[in-house]
Design a protein around this ligand. Structure first.
Ligand SMILES: [Zn+2]
Length: 434
């Protein structure tokens, strides 16, 4: 037999195909690196077994590597081999010869080393199970106080037990603006772990927090280092990194602790109640109404919203039954989408009647008896239904700052309104009302 034949790329195939045949072998051969047929043909056929085609094959990046033989695949020939051809060539049939010092050459050499490295039958290899995941930040379904998160997992695995436990250390490449850690953008756990006979597959958790910040897609690339402690585990050169794309498509308002969602000082309202509204629940003939302006109350030097019976200062006189009224000052609609843990802070003063005095209005539907006092209410449906936040507000002779946590029902409401309600019967007058 004049030549050799071998199966291509059979490193981890069944035993029947792990063969190559070399012919015309002789017992005499030159000392490396001098050329001799026997050395060349055995190495060449082994190169086929390890996955390499001939250099005249058209499948190499850039096409055929040399011009020593008609191409396999019909492409143009490669360049003349300067200083001789390489092991997978047929240059020994030409004047160029095969230069053993060049070995397999760059492309076949890289391919063969890569195949060996990736050959699971030679060494146990460590790699990611998948290479890409995409998670939408707004799909954070795991409730976690102010920082809900989406949980995604990836696996690093080894195909069989290494001779020594291997420590894997994750190496994230952190893009600008992405923060890693609890309650940051993403939390990775564990970042260090040991691959051994009891742990051939390690699940890695990624908590992707929804920070409610509007950001573009962020890509987190995770590679890993392998400390095999002298063992035979190797890092596979496929699936050896994993990318997590974090997308962000919600454009809700920013939520940061303590951030004002709605503020009203009343100072800038120059006409009526501005965009606040007055709802007369009862007492259409009563003169008592909310107005915005200068109340003359020494505690409120600027403008405020207050009850007046003549459109002027806070002082009013209610001596007739017709003064009985229930009037609400209703806020504009507040869009609390994307906001949770809402608080309402307000500066107020309210005297009213803090002792129970029978008054008028009995039997008037709302049955205004007893006291003059204020209420505080909120609505999450644009004012269709009102829920009591605070009752019996009276007896506050000086201005007070009050802070009330809104119930969770108000979280994320796009139709949130608040209302200050004044109720008075016609019995006793104490100024200011509210
Ligand atoms: Zn060949």
């Amino acid at each position: 037999m004049g030549g050799g034949r071998a199966f291509l790329d059979i490193l981890c195939s069944g035993s029947g195909s792990k063969t190559g045949v070399s012919g015309n072998l002789t017992n005499s051969f030159n000392q490396f690196p001098l050329y001799s047929w026997s050395t060349m043909v055995i190495t060449h056929e082994t190169g086929h077994n390890l996955g390499s085609s001939h250099t005249q094959n058209c499948g190499w990046p850039g096409g055929a590597i040399d011009n020593c033989y008609p191409t396999e695949g019909g492409c143009a020939q490669g360049p003349a081999p300067v200083g001789g051809g390489t092991m997978m060539s047929y240059c020994h049939l030409t004047g160029y010869g095969i230069n053993f010092a060049k070995g397999f050459g760059p492309l076949p050499g890289y391919l063969i080393r890569s195949r060996v490295r990736n050959s699971t039958c030679i060494n146990p290899v460590v790699n990611f199970e998948t290479t890409l995941q995409t998670v939408m930040e707004e799909n954070a379904t795991v409730e976690n106080g102010c920082f809900d998160y989406a949980l995604v997992t990836a696996k690093i695995k080894i195909n069989y037990t290494p001779s020594q436990p291997a420590t894997v250390t994750l190496l994230p490449t952190i893009p600008d603006g992405l923060e890693i850690g609890p309650d940051k953008d993403i939390e990775i756990s564990p970042v260090n772990f040991i691959i051994d006979s009891t742990n051939l597959s390690q699940t890695i958790s990624f908590k992707v927090y929804n920070d409610a910040l509007t950001e573009g897609t962020e890509s987190l690339l995770i590679n890993f280092n392998l400390d095999a402690n002298g063992g035979n585990a190797v890092k596979r050169n496929t699936n050896n990194s994993h990318t997590i794309n974090i997308t962000e498509t919600d454009h809700g308002p920013y939520e940061t602790p303590g951030q004002p969602l709605f503020q009203e000082s009343f100072d800038s309202i120059s006409n009526g109640l501005g965009n606040w509204e007055q709802t007369v629940v009862y007492g259409t003939t009563s003169p008592n109404r909310w107005i915005v302006g200068y109340s003359a109350d020494p505690f409120f030097a600027g403008k405020s919203a207050y009850i007046s019976n003549d459109g002027g200062t806070y002082a009013y006189a209610g001596y007739t039954a017709s003064d009985s009224s229930i009037v609400r000052l209703v806020s504009p609609v507040i869009n609390a989408s994307g906001f949770t843990s809402l608080h309402l802070s307000y500066l107020y003063k309210c005297v009213g009647e803090y002792t129970f005095v029978q008054g008028g209005g009995t039997g008037q539907g709302e049955n205004i008896v007893g006291k003059d006092y204020g209420k505080l209410l909120y609505s999450i449906d644009n004012g269709s239904n009102w829920i009591l936040l605070k009752d019996n507000i009276s007896g506050r002779y000086s201005s007070q700052l009050e802070d009330i946590a809104l119930p969770a029902a108000a979280n994320n409401s796009s139709s949130l309104r608040i209302a200050f309600e004044w109720r008075n019967n016609d019995s006793v007058v104490n100024n200011p009302p509210y």
